[in-house]
Ligand binder design. Structure first.
Ligand code: ADP
Length: 430
């Protein structure tokens, strides 16, 4: 392992005016943020400090972060400090990091440098599904874990791994305060029309409803708009979170009113490997053709979307330069469906004051943004400034565009740090 370096002056995560707001390193609460997925775990160290100028009165300052990829295959650990200095980049023998527990222990060791040997005041976890119970982040105890476990069938790709990380910490350090921050919570107050499916009403009462996801990302963007585009921050804004998962959120005055994902993270837009909205009759057809539950689940979650349509890759960086006709068709379908659903959300809002692209594809892919905007053009009066778009500038629309369009980096981890510090304060654990 490379020699760890000391903690640099932190920079507020996801912000380009970092130095203006750098705070003395010893203020506030140190929070470890954990985002555990199926084959990777991401961890970041934040210091949450009071800042009367920040929305909500506090700011999360990134100190160090890292991830372990390919757990159980060829585990690779990469971690860096806030200023970009590398702490470690090393591939381990699989026997040494064979499971998530081992991976998590290793990451904590690596990030001890970022923690400067200060134990974190709390650990904040990204938990994908909070169900109907959780409209806010929550302090974790055994009852909460049991309740969240019951939601696993609604998020089979994410929930078990989120909970495994929580249990691993609880076993190793039961005294540590843990907080669950949900992707669903930001949408919890959406109106009944947004939450309903056209099933018998009793199903809605049983919790079969549109919860929506990517809420931590949308909440961060809603806050960030006050700085990047204050003229639309309180208006009607549609945000496109386009990463491996993809969804849209319609916001009014910084609050969610509609979103494209549903009961599960399968609904809405086509994604890297997930199908997006699908005629439920197609699932009946699959069952009748002899496919069992696991085969259908694998097909819909892991073999569909850009990957399934193109037969090439789920990664936009490989699809865009590809000569394959099916890759071109997949990208075309992707931008078509995003534009189409932006139209749907515009109806919910009764108009649009701004459009924001975020996450891996939304922040980095000028061709995808241009493709979506071209389809919106005549109806919405959207006009892209090609140079600004190619440069991934915050505002990518031309000055004459009727609706302004932005590309803004998201920061779900920073949002988790803020929620975790708030719950810690509210629960009088500090
Ligand atoms: P996650 O949803 O797992 O958090 P990200 O938001 O990091 O994922 O998005 C990952 C995806 O972003 C990649 O699979 C890739 O398709 C896309 N991506 C990242 N950088 C670029 C780029 N420069 N151009 C096009 N797509 C990109």
């Amino acid at each position: 392992m490379s020699t760890p370096v000391g903690l640099a002056a932190g920079a507020p995560a996801g912000q380009d005016h970092a130095h203006e707001h750098a705070h003395p390193a010893q203020e506030g609460h140190v929070v470890l943020v954990v985002n555990a997925g199926s084959s990777s775990i991401k961890c970041s160290v934040y210091r949450v400090v009071d800042d009367p100028h920040a929305d909500g009165g506090s700011r999360a300052i990134f100190g160090a972060g890292g991830q372990i990829e390919s757990i159980g295959l060829t585990p690779r650990v990469v971690a860096h400090m806030a200023d970009g200095r590398l702490i470690v980049d090393e591939t381990f023998p699989v026997a040494q990091v064979s499971d998530h527990d081992a991976a998590f222990r290793l990451l904590r060791l690596v990030l001890a440098v970022g923690l400067r040997d200060t134990p974190p005041a709390a650990i904040g976890h990204r938990v994908v599904h909070g169900g109907a119970q959780h409209a806010d982040a929550v302090l974790i105890d055994d009852a909460v874990i049991d309740e969240l476990d019951k939601l696993t069938p609604l998020a089979p790709l994410h929930q078990p791994h989120n909970l495994a990380a929580i249990r691993a910490v609880r076993d190793a350090a039961p005294e540590l305060v843990q907080v669950a921050c949900f992707d669903t919570a930001f949408h919890a107050h959406n109106g009944v029309l947004s939450q309903l499916f056209g099933l018998p009403y009793s199903y809605f009462e049983k919790g079969i409803r549109r919860y929506g996801f990517h809420g931590l990302s949308y909440e961060y963007i809603a806050r960030r708009l006050h700085t990047v585009a204050p003229e639309i921050a309180r208006g009607r804004v549609i945000v496109a979170h386009l990463g491996n998962g993809a969804s849209l959120c319609a916001m009014r005055d910084g609050k969610s009113v509609e979103t494209t994902m549903g009961l599960t993270a399968l609904d809405g837009l086509p994604m890297g490997t997930r199908c997006g909205a699908l005629d439920a009759g197609a699932v009946l057809w699959m069952m009748e053709s002899g496919m069992d539950h696991d085969e259908i689940e694998t097909l819909l979650y892991q073999q569909s979307g850009l990957k399934g349509l193109s037969g090439v890759s789920s990664d936009m960086r490989e699809l865009l330069p590809s000569d394959s006709d099916r890759a071109k068709l997949a990208v075309e379908y992707y931008t078509y469906r995003i534009a189409q659903d932006i139209g749907k959300l515009a109806v919910t809002l009764g108009g649009v004051d701004g459009i924001v692209f975020t996450a891996g594809i939304g922040e980095n892919s000028a061709p995808v943004r241009a493709g979506v905007c071209a389809r919106l053009g005549s109806l919405f009066g959207v006009e892209v400034d090609d140079d600004a778009n190619r440069a991934n500038e915050p505002r990518i629309s031309a000055s004459g565009s009727r609706v302004p369009v932005f590309a803004i980096p998201t920061d779900e981890e920073g949002m988790i740090a803020l929620h975790t510090a708030r719950i810690l304060r509210e629960s009088h654990k500090v």
